[in-house]
Design a protein around this ligand. Sequence first.
Ligand code: ZN
Length: 139
Amino acid sequence: MRSHRKYLWFDTPSRRDYINITPDVERELRDSGIREGLCLVNAMHITASVYINDDEPGLLADYDRWLEELAPHEPLSRYRHNNTGEDNGDAHLKRQIMGREVVVAVTDGKLDLGPWEQIFYGEFDGRRRKRVMVKIIGE
Ligand code: ZN
């Protein structure tokens, strides 16, 4: 069995962002040379997510509004976590609901995604360097 691991780095200019990382994962799959196997993509930080859904601007705006309704950034005093001196209590909750990782089958050297499925990095506490791991195993 072969194995390929790579970190993708992000430093978003805004606190929250939604980035289609499918081309980056496809590049890692090409570099791996693996034809059949599994591809894991996970956020390495507890205030960011990796998830799969449609790359449609309206949907991305809907996610952002919905997450802000569920866990608004302010008032900061809403979150006991912020008593630690941090201001990212909301980002931990947003990450929980959007998920930590995705696993995609690799078939015939390609990501075996469904129609319209795209892999996204969801950032909820950006403006600093953070990373995503891509690990591909197979043969
Ligand atoms: Zn925190």
